[in-house]
Ligand binder design. Structure first.
Ligand SMILES: [Zn+2]
Length: 499
């Protein structure tokens, strides 16, 4: 059993969770569930980035202390992830003591290694990114991630991290380990940024009322980005030796807007402190609304709640991962959501399940017969290969599409075999057995293939096939035999929407 440690970016506590946050959690969750389905021992961590200065205003407006505010937000986010069946093993919060001690240790190791110095910073600072920006990074004089806000000119005394020392080691990292930044388009961007030369970066801010104090200089707080990135090691116990049980991480899942922090600053921080690097950073794209990124400042016209309540959590998970390429962007529209729900979930998959169960009831007294392998089983074996290639390459939209194509092939198989005709001819009994057995196996395989996308519905489908246990791992996919299983009369997985 191999170990697999996967993380998402931790969320800011300054606003409610929206579809953009959910897209990242759902995608990472699908990867975590897929790895478990492959038999891996998975550790999946999500959490909250709580030392942002941007929480101070909403906290004050709500009449809460900063800590009470982040406690409240952590609970709001946590409930949203429970509703969406996110299967995380841990929820790290940067205000926890286990995190602060890891941050202090990282600073100490980095200082000892000679990569920290004091200086004055002068330049642009985006309050929303909480990041210093160079003039060339601005678009029309504004932060490209936050074009609706003015960017401010800042001057302050800070501790600096000697990022410039890591230009060559980082280029070497990208050459020797191209898998470190994926997809490739993001790697090329990162390589260009590094090649242009790296500037040293501030790792502290003059002490405000909120943040982890800088070791031996409480007049400064540790800069929130330096603080936040360390969650990936603090969550698994750094600096205690036990962190090596999970570290280095196999996969950091992040949005494409924060690749510089994760693919330049983070590996440099780890190199400086003498800690091993993660294997891969995957930068996904965005869920758009009317061609624009969904965000708090864009005044998201679709709430996470309304999208979850439309058909329940699984159809939303499926729609997002099927529709928005995991390596690109796409619009969320209610029309596409409804179309995909009706065409793929209610018709292709839902009808396949109901027709198959109904025929097993009608022709074989609710018991799956023993039967020969059919062309549908061979098709299912091909599907598994294609599916694994897509999922191993993190192309979740292709994995979902490929599973659903198997459902389509099974519907065609029913039309071609016409079990209702076979049932009228006693001489065709074996062929009917084989067709029904093969269809039952296909439903079981679909339950497995779709479980990373729709864990709840897949479990329902698996139970309708007469098994109360867990969906078997993909290694058992070829040998699935349901002969003798007592199936339910029907499985109303995706009730038709009233329209
Ligand atoms: Zn910004």
């Amino acid at each position: 059993m191999s170990k697999y440690y996967i993380t998402t970016a931790i969320d800011y506590s300054n606003g409610d969770p929206h579809l953009g946050h959910a897209f990242e959690k759902i995608g990472a969750d699908a990867i975590a569930r897929y790895r478990r389905l492959c038999g891996d021992d998975v550790h999946f961590v999500i959490g909250m980035d709580e030392h942002s200065q941007t929480i101070l205003q909403p906290a004050a407006e709500a009449g809460l202390s900063p800590q009470a505010w982040v406690d409240k937000m952590a609970s709001v986010f946590s409930q949203a992830w429970d509703k969406l069946e996110i299967s995380h093993d841990d929820f790290i919060r940067t205000t926890e003591a286990r995190h602060a001690r890891a941050v202090v240790e990282m600073v100490e190791r980095t200082r000892k290694a000679g990569y920290i110095f004091e200086d004055t910073y002068e330049g642009y600072y985006c309050e929303r990114c909480e990041t210093f920006k160079q003039e060339k990074d601005l678009v029309d004089g504004r932060c490209p991630e936050h074009p609706d806000r003015e960017i401010s000119w800042t001057r302050e005394d800070n501790y600096f991290f000697k990022l410039s020392a890591f230009r060559d080691p980082l280029l070497r990292l990208l050459d020797e380990h191209p898998e470190f930044v994926q997809p490739e388009i993001r790697r090329n961007e990162i390589r260009n940024v590094i090649e242009e030369g790296l500037q040293d970066v501030s790792m502290s801010r003059p002490q405000r009322q909120w943040g982890i104090p800088f070791p031996s200089d409480p007049n400064h707080a540790i800069y929130v980005w330096y603080d936040a990135l360390i969650n990936y090691v603090s969550a698994v116990g750094f600096p205690d030796d036990r962190y090596r049980e999970w570290w280095p991480a196999n996969l950091h899942v992040i949005g494409k807007g924060i690749t510089r922090h994760h693919c330049i600053l983070w590996p440099a921080m780890l190199m400086a402190a003498g800690v091993e690097l993660p294997e891969t950073v995957w930068a996904h794209g965005y869920v758009h609304w009317g061609g624009r990124k969904l965000s708090k400042s864009a005044g998201a016209p679709v709430t996470l709640e309304s999208a979850t309540e439309r058909y329940g959590p699984d159809p939303l998970r499926y729609y997002l991962l099927r529709e928005v390429p995991w390596n690109g962007d796409a619009d969320f529209t209610w029309q596409r959501f409804d179309d995909i729900y009706n065409a793929e979930l209610a018709n292709d998959l839902g009808n396949l399940a109901n027709r198959t169960l109904a025929m097993i009831h009608k022709y074989r007294e609710a018991t799956v017969p023993a039967g020969q392998e059919t062309r549908l089983d061979r098709r299912a074996a091909e599907t598994l290969d294609t599916y694994r290639r897509a999922m191993d390459a993190f192309l979740l939209h292709q994995g979902a599409a490929c599973a659903m194509q198997l459902a389509g092939a099974a519907n065609v198989f029913i039309e071609e075999e016409a079990p209702w005709k076979l049932a009228k001819q006693p001489g065709q009994s074996d062929q009917l057995d084989s067709a029904l057995a093969s269809l039952a196996r296909t439903l079981a395989r679909l339950a497995a293939l779709l479980s990373p996308f729709m864990p709840g519905k897949s479990a329902e489908l698996w139970r309708a096939l007469g098994d109360d246990g867990a969906i078997p791992p993909l290694t058992a996919y070829d040998r699935l035999d349901l002969a003798g299983a007592r199936v339910e009369r029907q499985a109303v997985l995706f009730p038709k929407a009233d329209s």
